[in-house]
Design a protein around this ligand. Sequence first.
Ligand SMILES: Nc1ncnc2c1ncn2[C@@H]1O[C@H](COP(=O)(O)OP(=O)(O)OP(=O)(O)O)[C@@H](O)[C@H]1O
Ligand SMILES: [Mg+2]
Length: 358
Amino acid sequence: MIFQDIKLENFRNYGSQTIAFHDKLNLFLGQNAQGKTNLLESLFIMGLGKSFRTNKDSDMIAFGKDYARAVCHVTGENGENEIDIVYQKEGKIVKVDGIKLSRSIDLLEHVYIVVFSPDDLKIIKEGPEHRRRFLDRELCQIKPVYYSDLGNYKKVLRQRNFLLREKNPDRNLFHVFDESLAEYGCRIAEERKRFTERLQELSSRIHSDISQGKEVLRLEYETKVEDKESFRYLLDQNFESDLYKGYTGFGPHKDDLKIEVNGTDIRTYGSQGQQRTAALSMKLAEIGLIKQETNCNAVLLLDDVLSELDSSRQRFLIESMKEIQVFITATEIDPEVRRLLPQGYEFHIEDGFAKMLT
Ligand SMILES: Nc1ncnc2c1ncn2[C@@H]1O[C@H](COP(=O)(O)OP(=O)(O)OP(=O)(O)O)[C@@H](O)[C@H]1O
Ligand SMILES: [Mg+2]
């Protein structure tokens, strides 16, 4: 799929502007704090109605205004679609071709996006919640039913935790929660496991190419979840300690994704370069996975990452984006790198305005 254009109104620091895009490369250059990431964010929300930077929809609304709006045209497998998202204080309204969607998840039929930003190193370096969020985000894109399973799981988990913190909780109520938790929890763990296996296949090949065959990347989903029966059994076993702690200590919300290079845990022992290569390999593998799963080319958003990579990784990344539409932000671009980039449009971003350079 590709984005043809976007129209912004009161979106973050943008006033009112329509921007037409090149179907291969769009380069956004500008000083810090001018609106480069905001522009990528306006594209990203077209996938799920949500940002990659914040959970608060109201953050999209320009300071002092009472709504924000972003309207784009995308071309994909099923022709052209218009996506129109309005954020208001009371909530958001999402429309495709003028028809209001009751669930933002339905947007995903139209838009597939892979975003790579310096923050993605957190997936490698920081706590397991970053790796779970990575798996969840990617799975939601390619499997809408996962999105609803995850939502249901989180809801039941919140209710169970709430009940655990009550003074004299009714024990019978736990049976109902535990049954649902086991049902959704098993499905989530199973999907994450399967996704990890396929991601491992693609990303290890990419990682090996980038490292010229010197490094073997291995991903493994770490979980104690097996099946519904054992899930319920473990909830039972842990009941007293859950009650004592006031939260549920077992389930996929505790799982992790193990990332190893040449047999050692990259989080603790990997060099910065190895960690960057792994993050890049996993992101590029996502593009391949989306293609396999949906037969769609994802759009790639690269927020400030080119300058963070050394020249061989930059070259590899640029080689990988031949078939897809790419949006790149940077404060400046090395002439060497510029020469490698495909033809496209270049924009200068200043104070919430994108000026196309000709
Ligand atoms: N809701 C909002 N309304 C108005 N301005 C906002 C809003 N949210 C963020 N901004 C402004 O947008 C600017 C940041 O934009 P953005 O993150 O896109 O910068 P950037 O060009 O990517 O900078 P950098 O190179 O530092 O990453 C800040 O000046 C911030 O104050
Ligand atoms: Mg930025």
